[in-house]
Each structure stands twice: as structure tokens, then as C-alpha cells.
Design a binder for this molecule. Structure first.
Ligand SMILES: [Zn+2]
Length: 745
């Protein structure tokens, strides 16, 4: 879920104003749609204003980055040869110029705001501010390496707009609409050619330039030099080296598809050099094709037995293949790895006995392919993309060094504002898809909203990514998540049951980490779910919350607040929740709801006796027409536990057990055995699992403690085992499960 703003947020007023300003500006601009302006300011004015803005931008310490999503338009999918050149003065306001292209040169040093900005000129000398959105952050690629001064581009089917300040600008929201021209590209007009453009240097010369740029960390520029070297008639041996060097630069910018293409210059892996095999293996690893990566590393180690990096990669790749096949993870190592920034886990995804199928009335869903037991691991999925929001303390440190920022997404057509990492996720997914088109299908298959857009394709051999479609898909499929689910436990009973000291990572849940998990995205919502999910870094862990038969649909409770749900679900996912809880909620009369609220109020009133409380619970139960196995009575859990606390204080163990078991029954569990009155059984069995309540682990541990106090060791052991299962449901693993209460140090 996205972290859309609520009125109680601090930023709300400020951002609501920004959203309003943007909406008004958009409306004003649209009134001029199609108009061809003839009041372009003169060149010197445009350049001076830009230079002034660049200067004050450098001085700014403002950490808020605002991304505005305007009216969506599809990226260009027309081949360059079918487009006609137009000039800046030919452009019409708020129009997407289909069938045309602009040939532009940048005339200033680029500036980084939310967009990368420069001033572009056309061959007629007309100048215009130029804004390119969704670019890598400065730390990955400098603005000046993107919109280079004197750099020449072709912008296919340009969009011309009027900004909030009434300024004209060419705005690019679809970065794949740009054809980046090399200095020596014949489409660069003679008058724009630099001296180095026509230099007839050797492949060796350009290769050295490329190598120096790699050493300087300027990878994008290095790739350009290697391409130039490849165009300078290298011999076969040089060509292989150039491809291998380019593969290295491509690996570093995570363009794994291109890196793989580079090493495939030598078609047969057996004929590749050590570097070629190694980099090819890493590219496959980056694409998460672990089995193929393993084969590559095996060839490498056979051919070059002394290769130390080869042996180490072979080992690492073997671990991934094992995880992928077995679903066995080293959770202790995973927790250690969450200290990484960002906390991206070096792990493979495991997909258990599940598959995606169509789910009547709700698109697609995920179903079991065989019977599974409560607690069983169904999915452990690494994020397709993940944007980490540092915990508050780290954020303070980062802000003091000026390295972090608050990112705001203003979605004008969607009329919503989002604070956090949402805008960064759109940027990262778009760049990932542009650099790795083979990953397009897993993301492109996800559900999206009303915007149709174009599916991932390529034109003239270059990938096409539709940023608006990415944004729309992310809005529906992204999850907010904690650094680890264990950090989020806030049940005080559980603190006592665990040695682990619970620290909340995010004081405000609104500034949160977000990610996309493509397979987990297909799990539909239910308020009475069949699974629980948890997070460790960018791994999402999904476990069965119940025993399930083959072909049971997995569901997860995405939104806890029943009241808000009808609205949110029909807005975002395009269906109403039809779980038994929601149907019951809709069918229950308002007088019944008033009655329930009154009973809860009476229950919590001071001085309500335990006898009275028990009567209230009885009354409350009478307000339900369906059994708790069908419609769990979640409100009752807290009422029973209010009694449990009191009875435990008085040392009335039998009654504690009675209330805990009643609490389980109220949320749909069916337990057999376990009562200590009238006789003491030797087993407690879960005949049916109910609603996966957050308090379940402490409830089981409470039972265990009572059983122990009565010397019922066997039962205590069984209760502990159920506590272990519910702990796993909540935090993902049982390595950290500590059951002594209070903990033994
Ligand atoms: Zn529901």
C-alpha cells in the first residue's frame, strides 16, 4: 500500500496547497491546449534565468523533492524513420506531437532539481527550458553526465507544456523517448559538431578513455567510449576485450541484459576468456537466473581452476540455487544483512507449493497446489524493486550531512499526494526496465489502473518503458514495509515472552520503505486471511496461517480497518471485499452495530465486575448470526484478554485457560483438549485454525505457563509448539523464537 497522506499528517496542509496549485496550473495550461505561442523570451533572458536558478539551487538546503505526475501520455513507439523533424516554434501547448521529433542541443551546464534540467536549442537558435524526469539520483549519475553541455539528442514525439509559473518548457516524463546521439552520429548537424567528433582515433585510444572513466566511476560515459572504440575498426582480439570491459561497466550500472550481450560476443561459453565467463555469470546472477549463472561459473572453474573470484562466485551461486529449490534460509545471516544500507538481501526467491490462477471476480490470485500445514513457508520473495526509507535516527544523521531527502509525489490526475519513497520506486523500476528489458514481463503482467499505456516493447532496437504505466502499476502493487517485521511487534505480552527488546523503527509510518514483489502481488485481500506475511530487509515471507487443502486461495489482510476498506479497495484494486466478515458487516443493521459498540463501552467502564464482563461477552456473542468459524468475532479477543489479565493476577489458572481458549474460539479456532477442568487432558489439538491474531503467540505462551504450573508438561510442550508457529507467521522465522516468560538470562 502506498503511504497516502491523512489529514492528521504534519505535511498535509502544505502538500494539499501544492496539490491545489498544481491542479489549478494544470487546468489553466489545458485551457491553452493546442495554442502555438509566439511570445518566447529571448535567448539571453532564458539562459540568464537558468543560470540564476542553478546558482540558488546550489545554495539551497531544502531536502524536499517533489515529483509531479501530470496528465499521462504514452511513450513514443514510432520508428525514427517515420518521424518528421519540427522546430521549437512549431510546438503547441499541452500537446503530444505525434509523428514529429525535435533535434536539440544543450547549451548550459545541467542542473539537478527533481528533474534534470538544462536549456535546449534547436537548429534555428530558439531556446527552451528542458526537464527530464525519473533519472538516477546524483550519487549514481551526475546531472552533467545526463544532459551534457553541447550534448545533442533527438526527442521523439515531444510534449510541450506551460509550467506553474507560466514558463514554457519541453518536459520529458518518458525518458525512452530520447535518442542519445554520440558525437560522431551522422544525425548531428555539422555546425554542432565538436572537434573530437570527427577525430579519427584508434580503438585503443577510445578504450583507454573508457578505462579511465571506469576508474573514475563515470560508467555511463565509459560505455559511450567503448561503443566508440567498437566503431573504430578494432581487431578481433581488441573487440573481445572491449566487450568484456563494457560488460564490467554495464554490470556496475546494473544493465545486466547488456552485460550478457557483451560477453555473448563470443557465442560459445567454452571459448570465452576468464573475464568473459566471470562477467557473464555475474550478469545472469543479476538477472536472478541462478541455474544458468551456476553453469557459467562451473565452466569458468573447470577452464581456469586457479580463478579465486570464480571459485568464490561458484560457491555464492550454489547457495542461491539451494535456497531457490529448498526454501531453507540462514535467518541469522539475514538479520545481520539488514544492517546493510540499503538492506538488500543477497538471496534467491523461493516459491513453494503455490501457483497463480484466475480468481473469479478478482482477476488473478495465488492458490495452493497441494495441502499445506499452518506455518508452512509458501513464498520467500526478494523485491523486484525496493526503496529504503532510513529509520528516524539514521535519517537525522543523513539530513545533517545533507545526503538524504524527503520525497513527495504529487499525482494530479489521481488527486493524491504521497510522502516517502514512492516517487523513487517509480524512478527505479523505470530505469531497471529500461536497462533490463528481459525483466519486463514479470512487472508488466501486474494489475494496473485505468491508464492503458503501452506494454513494454522496443523500437529501433531500443527498449520502450511507459513511466505512467509503471507509476499506475506501482500505485496498486507496492507495499510499505518495516526493516524487519520483528521490529514492529508491539504486543506488551510478547515483550515479556521474548528476550528480544522491541524497538519501533518508524515513529511515523508515513515516511516508509516501499517495494514491489511481483509474485506476492497476486495474493488477494481478505479480512479473514489464510496467510500472514513478514519482512526481513527486501525479502517478503509468506506463510500459511491455516491448514489448507489443495487449490485453496491464499489471502492476506492488506488493510486492517474494516470501515475504510470498502472505499479503499474499490478505489485501488477494483473490487469490493467479499469475505464473510465484510458481507456480515454490510448485512448487519445499524442498530446492531450501535448495540455492539454499547456493549464494548459497558465492558470497559471502570468498576465493571468480572461477572458482569462475562455476561457482556455472552450478550455480544448473541449479536452474531453466523458461527465464529465463519465470521470471526475479532472484537471479542481483547475482551477475553482483559479477563485473562485479571485472573492471572489472582492466580486462577483454570479460569485463565478457559478465557484464553474462549478467545481462540471467538476468532474462529477450534481447539480440542486443553481445558484443565473438569479433568486434565494430555493433548491440545488445533482442529481448525482461525483468524491469525497478532496476540496469538502470547496467548499460546500464557497457556503453556499455566500448564507448566500444573505440572502438565506434555500440554505445555504442545502449546509452545503452537506459539512457535504463530511467531513464525508474524516475524517470518523461528530462529528468534524465545518462549521463556520471563526470559531466563
Ligand atoms: Zn473483508
Amino acid at each position: 500500500m502506498s503511504s497516502t497522506l491523512d489529514p492528521e499528517d504534519d505535511y498535509y496542509d502544505q502538500l494539499a496547497d501544492v496539490l491545489k496549485t498544481q491542479r489549478t496550473a494544470t487546468q489553466n495550461a489545458f485551457r491553452r491546449k493546442g495554442e502555438r505561442p509566439n511570445d518566447f523570451p529571448p535567448r539571453t533572458q532564458v539562459v540568464n534565468e537558468f543560470m540564476m536558478a542553478a546558482l540558488s539551487n546550489k545554495m539551497r538546503k531544502d531536502m524536499m523533492q517533489t515529483t509531479v505526475i501530470g496528465s499521462p501520455y504514452a511513450p513514443s513507439v514510432t520508428s525514427f524513420k517515420d518521424l518528421k523533424k519540427v522546430m521549437l516554434k512549431d510546438l503547441a501547448v499541452e500537446t503530444n506531437h505525434r509523428g514529429s521529433y525535435l533535434l536539440l542541443r544543450f547549451i548550459c551546464p545541467a542542473m539537478r532539481m527533481t528533474a534534470v534540467m538544462n536549456i535546449a536549442e534547436d537548429e534555428a537558435g530558439t531556446v527552451m527550458p528542458f526537464a527530464l524526469y525519473f533519472q538516477d539520483p546524483e550519487s549514481i549519475r551526475a546531472a552533467e553526465s545526463i544532459l551534457k553541455e553541447k550534448g545533442v539528442i533527438i526527442l521523439k514525439e515531444p510534449y510541450f507544456k506551460v509550467g506553474t509559473n507560466g514558463q514554457y518548457a519541453v518536459r520529458v516524463d518518458q525518458p525512452t523517448d530520447i535518442i542519445w546521439l554520440s558525437e560522431d552520429d551522422p544525425r548531428v548537424p555539422t555546425k554542432w559538431r565538436t572537434t573530437s567528433a570527427s577525430a579519427q582515433n584508434t580503438a585503443e585510444y577510445w578504450k583507454k578513455k573508457g578505462n579511465n572513466l571506469v576508474s573514475a566511476g563515470k560508467l555511463f560515459d565509459a560505455i559511450e567510449m567503448y561503443l566508440r572504440a567498437l566503431r573504430s575498426s578494432p581487431n578481433q582480439e581488441e573487440e573481445e576485450i572491449l566487450h568484456n570491459n563494457k560488460a564490467l561497466a554495464n554490470l556496475r550500472i546494473e544493465a545486466f541484459d547488456s552485460a550478457l550481450d557483451d560477453v555473448s560476443f563470443i557465442a560459445n561459453p567454452q571459448d570465452r576468456s576468464e573475464k568473459g565467463l566471470y562477467r557473464g555469470g555475474l550478469a545472469l546472477y543479476g538477472l536472478r537466473r541462478f541455474k544458468e549463472a551456476l553453469e557459467m561459473m562451473q565452466i569458468l572453474v573447470r577452464k581456469y581452476p586457479e580463478s579465486a573470484p570464480g571459485k568464490s562466485e561458484l560457491h555464492r551461486t550454489r547457495l542461491r540455487v539451494a535456497e531457490q529449490e529448498s526454501g531453507i534460509y540462514d535467518f541469522k545471516a539475514l538479520y545481520k544483512a539488514t544492517k546493510l544500507r540499503p538492506p538488500l538481501m543477497d538471496n534467491a526467491s523461493y516459491s513453494g507449493p503455490i501457483e497463480v490462477q484466475s480468481s473469479p471476480g478478482r482477476g488473478r490470485g495465488v492458490f495452493t497446489t497441494k495441502p499445506v500445514k499452518a506455518g508452512e513457508l509458501l513464498l520467500c520473495e526478494k523485491a523486484f524493486s525496493y526503496c529504503f526509507a532510513a529509520p528516524p535516527k539514521e535519517m537525522e544523521r543523513a539530513l545533517s550531512k545533507g545526503i538524504s531527502h524527503i520525497s513527495v509525489l504529487i499525482d494530479v490526475p489521481g488527486n493524491r499526494t504521497t510522502v516517502g519513497t514512492h516517487a523513487d520506486l517509480i524512478r527505479d523500476v523505470s530505469n531497471k526496465l529500461a536497462r533490463n528489458p528481459t525483466l519486463g514481463s514479470s512487472f508488466g503482467d501486474l494489475a494496473h489502473g485505468k491508464y492503458q499505456g503501452v506494454a513494454c516493447a522496443s523500437v529501433d532496437g531500443s527498449p520502450v518503458v511507459d513511466t505512467f504505466l509503471v507509476a499506475d502499476t506501482i500505485h496498486i502493487n507496492c507495499f510499505g514495509c518495516p526493516l524487519t517485521s520483528r521490529d514492529m511487534l508491539d504486543d506488551p505480552e510478547l515483550y515479556r515472552a521474548s528476550k528480544y527488546k522491541v524497538v519501533k523503527q518508524h515513529k511515523t509510518s508515513k515516511l516508509q520503505t516501499t517495494g514491489i514483489w511481483t509474485l506476492a502481488s497476486y495474493i488477494n485481500h481478505s479480512c479473514n486471511p489464510t496467510t500472514e506475511r513478514s519482512f526481513i530487509g527486501d525479502l517478503q515471507i509468506v506463510r500459511a496461517a491455516r491448514d489448507m487443502r489443495e487449490n485453496t486461495e491464499l489471502s492476506y489482510e492488506y488493510i486492517k480497518r474494516v470501515e475504510e476498506m470498502d472505499k479503499k479497495l474499490s478505489n485501488g484494486w477494483g473490487f469490493l471485499c467479499d469475505c464473510a466478515l465484510c458481507v456480515d458487516e454490510r448485512e448487519s443493521s445499524s442498530s446492531l452495530k450501535v448495540q455492539r459498540r454499547k456493549l464494548i463501552k459497558d465492558f470497559s467502564a471502570p468498576n465493571t465486575s468480572n461477572k458482569k464482563k462475562k455476561e457482556i461477552i455472552k450478550e455480544f456473542n448473541k449479536t452474531f448470526q453466523h458461527p465464529s468459524s465463519e465470521v470471526p468475532r475479532i472484537e471479542l479477543w481483547d475482551l477475553h484478554f482483559s479477563l485473562v489479565k485479571d485472573l492471572a493476577k489472582r492466580g486462577e489458572g483454570e479460569k485463565v485457560v478457559e478465557q484464553v481458549i474462549a478467545a481462540f474460539h471467538s476468532i474462529g479456532f477450534l481447539l480440542k483438549g486443553g481445558q484443565v477442568l473438569p479433568s486434565r487432558p494430555s493433548t491440545i489439538v488445533v482442529k481448525r485454525w482461525g483468524y491469525p491474531h497478532q496476540g496469538a503467540t502470547s496467548a499460546w505462551l500464557t497457556l503453556r505457563n499455566v500448564y507448566l504450573s500444573y505440572g502438565m508438561d506434555e500440554l505445555a510442550e504442545q502449546a509452545k509448539e503452537f506459539a512457535r508457529i504463530t511467531w513464525m507467521l508474524q516475524v517470518g522465522e523461528d530462529t528468534t523464537f524465545v518462549y521463556d516468560n520471563p526470559p531466563k538470562e
